[in-house]
Structure formats: C-alpha cells, structure tokens
Design a protein around this ligand. Sequence first.
Ligand SMILES: [Zn+2]
Ligand SMILES: [Zn+2]
Length: 294
Amino acid sequence: MKLSEINMSILTTFVIVHLVTLGAIMSTDFHPSYLLWTLGLYCFKWLGFTCAVHRYFSHKVCRTSRWFQFVLAVWGTLTMARSPIRFASGHRQHHLHSDSRHDLHSRKEHGFFRAYLGWVISKAYHEDQLGRVGDLQRYPELRWINRYYFVPNVGLLALLYAAGGLPGLVYGGLLSIIVVWHVAFAITVMLHTLGKPAYETHDESKNSLFLALLTFGEGWHNNHHANMASARLGHERTQIDIGYWVFLGLERVGLIWDLKKSIEPRFYKRVSPPLGQRPTQIATATPGECAEAA
Ligand SMILES: [Zn+2]
Ligand SMILES: [Zn+2]
C-alpha cells in the first residue's frame, strides 16, 4: 500500500487512540473484574455494529420510525467505525464487487495488510460515495452524525466515567474500542478465509461457528452473501444468530416492522442441502446482479 493512498488524519487518530489507551492502562491500577467493563461494552458495541450498522443501514432488513432510526445510528456509531453512512457505502461496494479488485478489503486481491487495516486508513474508504447511500443521505440527522461521529463516542466515555470512574473509562470506554476495532479488522479477513461455504456465491465468503459466536451472527457470512436482504444470517436452526434475536425482540415490542425473515436465496444454489432436505434448484447469477436486486 502506497503512502499516497493513506488518509493521514484517520491514521493519526488511530495511532493516538492506541497510545492514549496504552498509557491509561499503564497508569491505572488493575483488577481482573475491570475486564467485565470491556466485555460488557464489547457486546453492546458489536450488537450495535451487526444490527444497526450492517443489517439495518447497509441492507435495510426492516422498517422503523425516524426517531428510532436515529437511535440506531447513535448505537452504530459507538463502534467507532465512523458513521453508518460511511460503512454502508463501503460495504455495499463490497457486496457488488466481492473479491474483485474493486472490493476495498479483499484479501485475495489486495493481500493481508490491505484486508486487515489498510482499507480503513485508505483514502478510497473515506471518499464520499453518495450515489450508493442516497437512501441514507436524504436524512439531515444521518448526515450530521456522519460528520460528527465522535460526539456520541465522547458522550459514552463521559457516561462510563460517571458510572464507573477510571476503570469504567479506561476498560469500558477505551479498551473496548481497541478490541472492537481489531476484532472487526480480523473478521474482515477471516470471513472470507475461515470456515466453509454453504452456497455457490462466486466469492470467497465462508460460514464459521467460531466467528458467528464472536460477532453475534456475522460469522454466517456466506449465507449473508447468498441473501444479503435477509435479517437472518444463520439459515439453519443450529446456526446461532444473536443479532437476529435482537431484531425479533425489537419487532415484538413494536420498534421495527416489516422484518425481512426469508432466507431463500434468489440466485444462488447450495453447495450441499441442509440435513433432510433436497437440493434447491436455483439459477445462478453474478454477484453484481444479486447485489442490485437486494
Ligand atoms: Zn463479504
Ligand atoms: Zn453485508
């Protein structure tokens, strides 16, 4: 990756957050119970990522009110993946061009470093691609959070300090950011490397129970590439998908509706049928055709 391709302000922010976190941990007393702050915030933020940023904003797997959409945007922004608009733009490109040279984080095309960290600090990721996220850009409050994504994060840090003092701030606020970031970078590589495919999706996407447990359902990534319009990433009863359970809960209390539950892929056929079922005869299509249809 060339130096001219790097967004220096993002790289600087990235380095500073790491150094501040390291310094804060080194200068704070440690007790193993403090790691419960990290675990709790990790779960909270990852659910925000998979439910809000990925499934709702990137794929519109349900409908909701405008005020709850803003709540989802704030929740998703707490992963420090910049904003839902930013991620949705890059992620829709990923589905359109999976594992081709236009895929920002394809390990197969660009190598490990670009797939792990390079895409996040690249200028290409931070360029505005308004054409792909026009449905999100038309809301002023989403444009605001795209610009001021750090505001909810600073608010959360203040809240954690008020609730838990220095351990809350350092282990809940700062360390959880670092953990969420590196798990996000690692799974970007592993979702197209580790596990097995269930569908012939013309890309390297795989399904992995380990990654699904780590990320509340994101590990069923090949299922997701086969049917990206569905809220369900786990297509079989044994495929644990906690993110989908959250959607079912939100639907039950009336905060969302029109949840897309169908898992039937429109274009792709299974590599092997689920136990006890006959193979489904489905015509195949290119990834681009499928992404446009979704
Ligand atoms: Zn993928
Ligand atoms: Zn997706």
